[in-house]
Design a protein around this ligand. Structure first.
Ligand code: SAM
Length: 368
């Protein structure tokens, strides 16, 4: 197995975070970097942008409204742009009018294979899309930054609270394959829980994403001012680390739309994901003067952002003939709004700074 030689090169044992880094982002074998398109309809799982173009189209409607109220254009940045589905549906919905709303568009994606895919997919539209692996913004330019399932795809440390103290879970390479190991956790991990006011119970397993706060802060600082729309699975620290809800942590693996906890099996061929601690992203915002506009389930966000009006405008509303097109559109919308699924499990964190933040606050807080 390719990962055994990587682990052996690192001394035969690596922290779980290093294992997850290799499994998801190894340049040749990583889940996101090896060249196959792992998610979407034929893949392992759906994200909101890959589930339906109605997600991007609804955000596009909100972007137009922001531009009208703002009286000008601004930059749109999609962090972790994946296969380009989000920007694709936003730009399709805006059509030729994209140039009146957006001063520029940037797709930020870590995987080079996916960057190529995005560039090919979005070439030749009304608005040129800059595709990059690292966003360096212009702090004077108002920006709307969007990130769907970026933070839950970042490698995490795995720890277990024991009577003897906090241990870090490791992955050991052996002739028989991979097995779990444990070693004392570093003080940085102990401090993380102290900072968030969390006490793990004996026997409780939890994840720590050490990059989330700094990465989010870097993005917000790079934008200078604007709005951040962060869509992800997660909880605030007090719930995320509540042993009654998640005694075994939130880390899971996805393969062919099946979820399980076999996270060491077939590395590079299955997704690994851990819930976001929203407080990490709140701390990041507070440190650079951004304020929270809201944290709400995806369904509520889409309704506040005007999905019902978009559906009516497109002719699929209550009065529409029940032909195949209407039924298909309604199925997709139902999936995004599903209170037993995406509509409530995925949450949108909205943060803002400056005039764009004020405008989005007004749009999302109007009566629905
Ligand atoms: C779960 S997928 C989500 C893709 C897309 N946003 C969507 O919702 O369909 C996670 C994506 O994040 C990308 N990614 C992870 N870390 C990143 C980083 N630091 N900067 C940019 N992209 C990153 C991965 O390569 C992968 O394409």
């Amino acid at each position: 197995m390719w990962i055994l030689s990587e682990i052996s090169r690192d001394g035969g044992e690596v922290g779980f975070r290093r294992f997850m880094e290799l499994a998801l982002y190894h340049p040749e074998h990583g889940y996101y970097t090896s060249g196959r398109l792992p998610w979407g309809r034929g893949g392992d799982y759906l994200t909101a942008p890959t589930a339906s173009t109605w997600y991007g189209a609804t955000v596009a409607g909100m972007l137009s409204e922001i531009s009208t109220r703002f009286g000008g254009r601004y930059r749109l940045v999609d962090c972790a742009a994946g296969d380009g589905s989000f920007l694709g549906s936003v730009l399709t919905a805006l059509g030729a009018g994209a140039v009146d709303v957006l001063a520029g568009t940037t797709a930020v994606e870590r995987s080079s294979v996916l960057r190529k895919r995005i560039a090919d997919r979005l070439a030749g539209g009304a608005l040129a899309v800059q595709v990059t692996d690292r966003f360096v913004g212009d702090s004077a330019e108002p920006t709307v930054v969007h990130a769907s399932e970026l933070y839950d795809a970042m490698p995490v440390h795995l720890v277990e609270q024991t009577a003897a103290g906090l241990l870090e879970l490791t992955v050991v390479g052996t002739e028989a394959g991979l097995r779990w190991g444990r070693r004392p956790a570093g003080t940085d991990l102990e401090e993380y829980f102290l900072r968030h006011g969390v006490r793990l119970e004996e026997g409780q397993v939890a994840e720590v994403n050490p990059e989330a706060e700094s990465a989010h802060r870097e993005v917000l600082e790079s934008c200078g001012n604007g709005v951040a729309l962060v869509l992800d699975y997660g909880y605030e620290a007090v719930r995320l680390y509540d042993s009654r809800g998640r005694r075994h942590g939130s880390l899971v693996s996805y393969r062919a739309h099946e979820v399980d906890r076999e996270v060491l099996d077939s590395p590079g061929e299955r997704d690994l994901t851990a819930h976001v601690n929203w407080d990490d992203l709140r701390l990041a915002a507070a440190k650079c003067g951004w304020t929270e506009i809201g944290l709400m389930p995806l369904a509520e966000f889409l309704i506040r952002a005007g999905i019902a009006e978009r559906v009516d405008e497109a002719g699929f509303g209550i009065e529409a003939d029940l032909d195949a097109g209407t039924v298909a559109a309604r199925q997709e919308i139902k999936r995004l709004l599903d209170p037993e699924g995406m509509g409530s499990d995925l949450k949108m964190l909205i943060q803002g700074k400056g005039e764009l933040g004020r405008i989005v606050g007004e749009i999302l807080n109007r009566a629905v």
